[in-house]
Design a protein around this ligand. Structure first.
Ligand code: CA
Length: 427
């Protein structure tokens, strides 16, 4: 697959996240407008509501793009997804349909400079589930807490383990996050105390956006599950390690994961990632038939995280890894999610689990990078970090590298603010 040439010049650069091959879905607004669907192309956003109004794209009898979310379009299903992609490529490629290219007035209205736009949540997240499907991450965390011999729980090689998270606090890039308050019990203390989390962390993940619903009571095959996935976003699953350590047994993480989950503003479609499809690692033990993959189900996506302390003036890249490190694919996770009869909805978001590589430099959380705080990470500014400090900004980036182009995800950014003032608990 080569770079598709567009008449939008900035889309033809080898460095842009958004060549014509990509066409990711977001929601944007400009100063006087309401949020609506847009597609990134080079350094511009294509206003999908304007295109729909002009009759250049007609996925449904009713308008689906003059909306602050992509859910209505996603629900139209894979045929509509493929048709829209083909139509947009035809309208934007250098030698394609001139209906937009040669209409100066329409072009002016439909193409908005990205620099002038605000980006919003690209979808309404109906429910959020987070998995624990990265083998290096599970091994690192297990080694720290249970020792190397018992690093992987006995179920881990058989089940993509997950827990039900909160959709209400899934937020888009550039949303500021307050350090959470909660119950903390240091190992040496007999009883817990209440206060701001001291071991606040990030988790580098990808989120799979489910674009179709399934019936309650009806299991899904891995292949059916893959067909239901609309696309992928960058995802930072903020984590309060000390709150989790005290609360998580026996029912799993609760408040430790409820503060916030930040997603990137652009949903990169499965179709754009198709050339980068690859296989999950070899299975150490054979999976049960309902979890076996009929073909390659993971993607080769390079991932990086930058940490920038307040007033530092420059970020430090603290980790570099790849989505293909995951032991379980999102399609396997979705199939497992539905196997009990659990109904899945368009707008469901599945966090992959923390993506860590084998080397120290490729670990996807500070818990692992600093090995529980024992080996602090040195930043380019000379400062050290075991966990996040107030004022720190975390930026996740990801891209699939093609031949002379890349399929990028934009930035997934979040700044950590100090904990909010405690209310008077007696009132
Ligand atoms: Ca997580």
């Amino acid at each position: 697959m080569a770079l598709l040439q567009s008449w939008v010049e900035s889309a033809n650069s080898a460095e842009t996240d958004f060549p014509l091959n990509n066409l990711p879905c977001g929601v944007f607004s400009v100063s006087d407008g309401t949020p609506r669907c847009g597609v990134a192309i080079g350094d511009m956003i294509l206003d999908m509501a304007v295109l729909e109004e002009a009759g250049l794209v007609t996925p449904d009898e009713v308008a689906v793009f003059d909306m602050p979310f992509w859910n209505d379009f996603m629900e139209l299903g894979p045929k509509a997804w493929d048709a829209l992609r083909a139509r947009l490529i035809e309208l934007l490629k250098a030698d394609g349909d001139p209906a937009l290219r040669d209409d100066a007035a329409l072009r002016e209205k439909a193409l908005v400079p990205m620099a002038e736009a605000d980006l919003h949540m690209p979808l309404v997240v109906s429910e959020y589930t987070d998995f624990y499907a990265g083998r290096n991450h599970a091994t690192n965390v297990g080694t720290m807490f249970r020792g190397a011999e018992n690093a992987l729980p006995p179920n881990w090689l058989h089940i993509p383990i997950g827990y039900n998270g909160r959709a209400s606090t899934v937020v888009v890039s550039d949303t500021e996050i307050h350090r959470p308050l909660g119950q903390l019990k240091p190992p040496t203390a007999e009883v817990p105390y209440f206060g701001p989390c001291k071991r606040f962390d990030f988790e580098l993940e990808m989120g799979a956006v489910v674009g179709q619903s399934s019936e309650m009571g009806r299991p899904l095959t891995v292949s059916q599950a893959d067909d239901m996935i609309f696309g992928y976003v960058l995802l930072n699953d903020w984590s309060a390690r000390d709150i989790q350590a005290w609360e998580y047994q026996p029912l799993g993480p609760f408040q430790a994961k409820a503060t916030a989950t930040t997603i990137g503003p652009w949903i990169v479609t499965k179709a754009a990632l198709e050339p980068f499809r690859t296989s999950t690692p070899e299975r150490e033990v054979e999976l049960l038939p309902y979890l076996r993959e009929p073909g390659p189900m993971i993607y080769d996506i390079a991932l990086e995280v930058d940490l920038e302390p307040e007033h530092a003036g420059k970020p430090t890249t603290i980790t570099r890894t790849n989505f293909r490190e995951m032991y379980y694919s999102s399609a396997q996770q979705l199939a497992h999610h539905a196997v009990s009869g659990c109904a899945m909805n368009a707008g469901d978001l599945l966090g992959s689990g923390t993506i860590s590589g084998e080397t120290r430099e490729s670990r996807g959380s500070l818990l692992e990078l600093s090995w529980g705080g024992k080996e602090p990470v040195r930043l380019d500014t000379g400062e050290e970090r075991s966990f996040l400090e107030d004022g720190d900004t975390l930026t996740l980036r990801g891209w699939a590298q093609g031949d002379g182009y890349r399929i990028g995800f934009g930035a997934c950014r979040g700044k950590l603010l100090p904990a909010v003032e405690e209310p008077d608990w007696t009132k």
